[in-house]
Ligand binder design. Sequence first.
Ligand SMILES: Nc1ncnc2c1ncn2[C@@H]1O[C@H](COP(=O)(O)OP(=O)(O)OP(=O)(O)O)[C@@H](O)[C@H]1O
Ligand SMILES: [Mg+2]
Length: 272
Amino acid sequence: MSDVTMDNKEAQKKELDSSSASSAQSNKDAILEISNISVSFDGFKALNDLSMTFMRNELRCIIGPNGAGKTTMMDCITGKTTPDEGTCIFNNNVDLSKLSEAEIALIGIGRKFQKPTVFENHTVFENLELAMKTNKTVFFSLFAVVDDVMRDRISEILKTVNLSEHADQVAGRLSHGQKQWLEIGMLLMQDPQLLLLDEPVAGMTDDETERTGELFNSLKGKHSLVVVEHDMDFVAQLKSMVTVLDQGSLLCEGEMAAVQSDPKVIEVYLGR
Ligand SMILES: Nc1ncnc2c1ncn2[C@@H]1O[C@H](COP(=O)(O)OP(=O)(O)OP(=O)(O)O)[C@@H](O)[C@H]1O
Ligand SMILES: [Mg+2]
């Protein structure tokens, strides 16, 4: 058995061990429950008693002014930052503060940072192949040797991320938007339960932005997606619930139309 599979077993064991922490009031359909988290940097509160819940297979958008704490919230979920107070509970029973960043990735939380990070000198196909080879779940450890299974999965992902025609192209020659899609494809190869995307359409052309919206809409119901964005046309295209953060706290939450007409949101963000 590979070390990688051992790592995964360890993470799963921790998942089971922490199941006793699940509370009587926990929401069965929640993929992630953030409860009262606070984070301070040199006395400055980047997150201040923030609570929110993401449901399984929902697409959620997070908006808010620069410095509101959106990226810090993602850092807390993925283990990059440990909150001073509060908890992030995944799948009703996993306290993420007890896991390392690597373990959090292993239990099915994928993250896309703003800048695309693909292997520039490899083809699109090879990038997806490499992503699959680093997939550490037992399922793919068993099937990674079966070439046909791997090829089918890569073809499916290529289609999902609009890159079928570019399979043999070197990734370094893709447009910025195509690189972003490739990286999303690489994350999808890991079959994450929850995918966090920080400003995925920044720097994209209007056409690429619209196609990214179509891509995310097609992922609804298959993965839970949390998307941080400043592009309001893009957020509107996703027709999702929108959560507004301001000064490290939740300002309001609701459908896009309600959020856009909320005087508090206009004052701190949209009216600027
Ligand atoms: N490692 C750090 N050290 C010190 N301060 C930090 C650190 N990380 C974030 N901050 C501060 O915390 C606050 C929240 O930052 P964060 O990056 O989470 O905001 P954001 O909502 O993602 O903003 P943007 O829309 O500009 O990306 C900011 O004031 C930022 O300067
Ligand atoms: Mg940010």
